[in-house]
Design a protein around this ligand. Structure first.
Ligand SMILES: [Zn+2]
Length: 505
């Protein structure tokens, strides 16, 4: 006997008749279509439609062009400097906010676009439209006003038992105490629920928060170097009270898992450099794996359900339209001039030098040895010559700029061949992740080569550059005579020329 299922067909069942469908089947024409046919309802042919769309598109572009020309709302460039120049020419004196956006990479590097934006609501629309994968940073242009901001981070692996949130609370208390000892700041109306915005992008391995503090009564910092001054002032007090004040002690952490000493500061001091970029609300760091968390509000202090409002409120750049702002500035603090900023210099080891430069800064080719090596190799490659080596270097840490004086390879991009007696130099600009050539030859005065990209795996050395500001190289063990040998000179350069060079960096 069969055990499989039996299929039953009920022969009594048949579908209902549909006279309209039957009519259509017979004639081959849908009767409803006949009634709607009249000549004015003819559709354009595909070709005509396409042409019309193109014409409309062109017209729209022309209109937008005209409008943009008369009254541009923003400009976009792939180079920061070009964006600044364009914005200064086109956007007038209106307040602007600057942004930098990273997107899918070309040749293994994320593509960076720079924006100067007159109207934040327009930028928000652009920014918000791309719902997934936002990688945007505000750019604090030098000499523009800003609010007080902090980048707080530590390795969770190296500090497994640490409660980051209570660290933020300790820090905020210390900040308020620092306000009280800073006559330039009026904190009498300060209220965290109103004036502090906290953003979080903590991952499994790294605690990471931003604090943005908008002081009451439109108090803004003259620029981020004044923020830096305030933060350094705060940190020196914190450091001096380690051992007495548990809150101060808590702000020092382990950097790596096997560290014994807690030497790393909770506050990242590297975020106050000139033209600094700072990640914005809803953005994550660009990563090939797309695994980086985005910045979101914790809602512990100021909060709003409106995402656009939160975006605007959480920007550290200040773009107030009123002239009522009270500008906070500290005397003698500036990074408007390279020459007034910190400058460090060193020489490479050589038989003609008494002491190797390593004794000044821990290595023989300056604070960024991998970068120096990369530039030499890259220069040899694209010049088709060999032998490039660093003879001396000059660092401008506040600017993220390192100047390398070379020997061995004298190829000059300006004249497209080697100079007979004059050496060339390279200006490494970590802000641009790129470097360019300058030349000691009088014929090449004022010229500079095109940008060459830096390799991504050397970019972290910009931190070593900045570190020089906090861990100054010691000259103590070197006697005066030897020091005299190491005193910086640019071979064949006069002081005015150095000044000129510095001004154009
Ligand atoms: Zn030259």
């Amino acid at each position: 006997m069969s055990t499989g299922p039996r299929v039953l067909i009920d022969t009594r069942w048949s579908p209902k008749r549909n006279p309209e469908k039957e009519e259509k089947r017979k004639s081959g024409v849908d009767p409803t279509m006949l009634t709607s046919l009249s000549t004015d309802k003819f559709y354009d042919s595909e070709e005509t439609q396409k042409k019309r769309k193109i014409e409309e598109g062109k017209k729209k572009v022309r209109e937008l062009d005209r409008e943009e020309k008369d009254n541009p709302k923003w400009c976009v460039h792939f180079r920061q400097q070009e964006m600044f120049e364009d914005a200064d020419n086109k956007l007038g004196i209106f307040p602007r906010t600057y942004f930098c956006e990273e997107s899918a990479e070309s040749h293994g590097k994320p593509v960076r676009k720079y924006f100067a934006v007159k109207r934040l609501d327009m930028f928000w629309k652009y920014y918000y439209r791309n719902k997934r994968d936002k990688h945007c940073y505000e750019l604090m242009r030098e000499d523009t006003q800003c609010h007080l901001y902090f980048d707080l981070e530590f390795s969770r692996e190296a500090n497994p038992d640490l409660d980051g949130e209570s660290l933020v609370d300790h820090l905020l208390e210390l900040i308020v105490e620092e306000f009280d000892t800073t006559p330039e700041i009026d904190s009498s109306k300060f209220n965290p629920k109103e004036h502090v915005i906290e953003l979080d992008s903590t991952s499994a391995t790294k605690f990471s928060r931003h604090l943005i503090i908008k002081l009451p009564d439109d108090q803004v910092f003259e620029n981020n170097s004044h923020c830096a001054h305030f933060v350094r002032k705060l940190m020196s007090r914190v450091e001096s009270r380690r051992g007495e004040d548990a809150r101060c002690d808590a702000l020092f952490l382990k950097k790596d898992l096997d560290d014994v000493e807690r030497t790393e500061t909770f506050i990242d001091l590297g975020v106050y450099t000139r033209n600094r970029v700072f990640r914005v609300y809803l953005s994550s760091k660009y990563s090939e794996k797309k695994d980086k968390p985005a910045l979101r509000t914790t809602g512990r202090f100021w909060k709003s359900d409106d995402e656009e409002e939160t975006f605007k409120k959480s920007l550290a750049s200040a773009m107030s339209l009123t002239t009522e702002v009270k500008v906070i500035s500290f005397e003698g603090v500036t990074h408007t001039s390279v020459l007034r900023g910190n400058v460090f210099q060193g020489y490479r080891t050589g038989s003609h030098l008494v002491r190797p430069a390593s004794e000044f800064n821990g290595n023989s080719i300056g604070p960024c040895p991998r970068t120096a090596e990369f530039v030499c190799k890259d220069f040899n490659r694209w010049s088709g010559h060999g032998g490039a080596a660093v003879r001396s270097w000059t660092a401008f840490p506040e600017y993220g700029v390192l100047v390398l004086n070379l020997f061995g390879n004298r190829f000059c991009e300006n004249i497209e061949r080697s100079h007979r007696s004059n050496n060339v130099m390279f200006v490494v600009d970590f802000r641009e992740s790129a470097y360019y050539q300058r030349c000691h030859d009088p014929d090449c005065r004022g010229t500079r080569g095109p940008w060459h990209e830096l390799n991504e795996d050397v970019l972290d050395e910009s931190h070593s550059l900045l570190k020089m500001l906090y861990e100054r190289p010691s000259f103590e063990e070197i006697d005066d005579e030897e020091l005299a040998v190491a005193v910086p000179t640019f071979d064949g350069f006069r002081d005015e020329e150095i000044a000129q060079l510095a001004a154009t960096l």
